[in-house]
Write a protein that binds this ligand. Structure first.
Ligand SMILES: Nc1ncnc2c1ncn2[C@@H]1O[C@H](COP(=O)(O)OP(=O)(O)O)[C@@H](O)[C@H]1O
Ligand SMILES: CC(=O)N[C@@H](CCC(=O)OP(=O)(O)O)C(=O)O
Length: 308
């Protein structure tokens, strides 16, 4: 529901949340679908700028899957994803570096800067921020399949540790870190790591108040083909049921895993909001009803309590 049409009532209501979230850390993960359209990217940056203006401390993590698909296509490299994660050969990893720590990353920094956010770009490789090891071949069962199959993801990194010192250093000087989903391994290795996984690990390591995923859809859907089937509030148990029923497919699978990781790791709540609908992030933060899906560990918000 949008803000109240009475501007003073809206202001009073929003002020409650501004006070509650002042100095709190919000990790905002921008998905590829939001980033690949310059208009939605700009709108997302403007919303992040408003959080920043209200003394909320954002840390941005970005994806870039669709832009990487486009480069792989142009370079005649195969695009293979299993359970929402990319099989990454050496040439695909090179393409990932070009997109995720190159063009897309720089364009996002420029938009954040234009919106008034003092953004500084990093990847997980910088100052050992994200250390990973190569994912060994794993058994994966896709929704609808009865039997799993062994998948070798190639140069995909499973996160082993997060060293937030460089992030804290930037934040202590009032910069906003913007993190690309690459990770560093032993002996100078670089790995491709899913951006949802990175966002969850960063949010947990920073003890973030909230983690937001800005996505193409309005929120978590009971039926992915029906945008009106949005679930406003879910617990981890609800998420597990949806997964068991095969209702989470494609990119929502690593996201579900990431949500679980963040909440178990101590993040207060995880939110899935539209990156396409203007102001959906602000609505989720500053209104009682919110706009998307709020996921909490176990206890549903008490009846009548606000979502914000
Ligand atoms: N139950 C579900 N609810 C919402 N989205 C879902 C669901 N199951 C699958 N999806 C898909 O997951 C997508 C989000 O994952 P992904 O494409 O990886 O996002 P991004 O790269 O933008 O972070 C949605 O756009 C939607 O197509
Ligand atoms: C291992 C793996 O899947 N890495 C992802 C990294 C980018 C990403 O996660 O982008 P989105 O958030 O837009 O999906 C990839 O190569 O697509």
């Amino acid at each position: 529901m949008p803000l109240s049409p009475d501007p003073y009532a809206a202001l009073r209501n929003a002020a409650k949340y501004v006070k509650q979230f002042r100095s709190k850390t919000f990790v905002v993960k921008l998905g590829g679908a939001v980033l690949s359209d310059p208009r939605t990217r700009k709108t997302a940056c403007e919303q992040i700028a408003l959080l920043w203006a209200f003394s909320i401390r954002p840390v941005v993590v970005h994806g870039g899957g669709p832009e990487l698909d486009a480069l792989c296509d142009a370079l005649h490299l195969p695009i293979e994803k299993v359970a929402g994660r990319r099989i990454t050969s050496a040439p695909v990893l090179d393409a990932a570096k070009m997109v995720l720590a190159g063009k897309l990353h720089t364009d996002l920094l420029a938009d954040l800067q234009a919106a008034g956010v003092p953004a500084v770009g990093l990847s997980g490789v910088d100052a050992g921020l994200i250390k990973a090891r190569r994912r060994p071949p794993v058994m994966v069962t896709e929704p609808g399949e009865t039997q799993g199959r062994m998948v070798d993801y190639g140069l995909v990194g499973d996160i082993e540790s997060v060293d937030t010192r460089v992030v804290e250093h930037l934040r202590s000087a009032d910069y906003v870190p913007v993190i690309a989903p690459l990770s560093g391994g032993q002996d100078g290795a670089v790995y491709n790591t899913n951006a949802d996984t990175v966002a969850a690990a960063i949010a947990a390591a920073l003890h973030a108040e909230k983690l937001f995923f800005m996505v193409e859809v309005p929120g978590l859907l009971k039926d992915v083909s029906d945008p009106s089937s949005i679930i406003s509030l879910a617990t981890l148990a609800d998420l597990a049921s949806l997964e068991a029923e095969g209702r989470l497919t494609g990119g929502m699978r690593p996201k579900a895993h990431a949500m679980r990781h963040a909440l178990v790791g101590g993040v207060g709540s995880v939110h899935l909001v539209s990156g396409k609908q203007s102001d959906a992030l602000l609505e989720e933060v500053f209104t009682n009803e919110g706009s998307g899906t709020m996921v909490v560990r176990e206890h549903p918000v008490k009846h009548g309590e606000a979502k914000g």
